[in-house]
Design a binder for this molecule. Sequence first.
Ligand code: NAD
Ligand code: IPM
Ligand code: MN
Length: 349
Amino acid sequence: GKTYDIALVPGDGIGPDVTKAAWAVAEAAAERDGFALAGTTYPWSCNYYLETGRMMPEDGIEKLRGHDAILLGAVGWPATVPDSVSLHGLLLPIRKAFDQYANIRPHRLLPGVEGPLKAESFDILCIRENTEGEYSGAGGRVHQGMLQEVAVETAIFTRTGVERILRFAFEAAKVRRGRVASVTKSNAQKHSMVFWDEITRLVAADYPDVEVTSYHIDAMAARMVMAPETLDVVVASNLFGDILTDLGAAIQGGLGFAASANVNPTRSAPSMFEPVHGSAPDIAGKGLANPLAAIWSAAMMLDHLGEAQASARILKAMEAATTRGFGIRPGAQTTDAITDAVLTAINEE
Ligand code: NAD
Ligand code: IPM
Ligand code: MN
């Protein structure tokens, strides 16, 4: 069979624990489906920063570029390195350098998980713009420390960037339930968000079979809680998508369930797979992190690599594990126990 060459970036806090779990499950699924995974681990993290003064080496991006995909845990340890340094030194440059413009984040309840909502079933696919918008990094500060100090953070929206993420969302809706919810704040932000709404209408004209509705971000936040079952594909800018996907995680039962794929749809560079959650300093080192978000992300990686059967196998095994009560309540089992339950289900098939 084939061998895929994967870069592993475990990162900080619970990142290494959940990456190890995801890797073990991915390898088990690969074995069942007759292919292999070769992993190269890069120890880039806040500890690496404290030792070297960088989050990754100068040629870090070039090292990653040669791999078929990247599996990442979490980046950030604010007690020792400011988040603005660690995230702009590792996670964000990877998304940008490899033009991983589509951040795909599925939100649905796994069997046995009791979410906080009355809604028993919803299946939302968040498509988050991942390379520009509010995360452009354009701006600066003047008169630092003085009364007159000013900080400017400029959100940059390009026609190319907005159009391609909307097209990606419409394509996703076409093979799902045919609905796109496009999220802006065009009542208050009259340049970028009106631009986004206009491009939404232009792109929608190419997809007569997809029903599109534009929502304001505030109303969407309420809808995801009050009526999540009315949503199919939700497409949003970088920051709005970031916030909505932690909300999506919450309605799934917690951050331990939410997976993500940072995809370069042109495949001109590797894509990156990581849970939505961060390094969870409050529970790090206790062995209690839920690995399901990372495991689900690894399943998305295998699907992206063309191994749909192994990907489906992992999803099925996760569902078997949660049905048996594993991973459904925060802190009730160890990371290892939940991982073992998924591995057991994979080997039972
Ligand atoms: P967080 O996602 O790390 O934690 C938020 C809450 O969710 C915490 O109570 C945590 O214990 C819980 N949680 C998260 N993952 C969990 C899991 N797998 N199982 C059980 N509980 C889980 O968010 P934060 O506290 O805002 O950020 C901590 C650090 O991580 C910061 O440095 C932040 O910048 C960084 N961060 C990184 C990423 C990433 O690498 N993609 C994402 C988010 C935050
Ligand atoms: C995420 C994270 C990152 C983001 C942070 C850590 C920069 O919250 O992947 O959702 O905002 O994209
Ligand atoms: Mn986030």
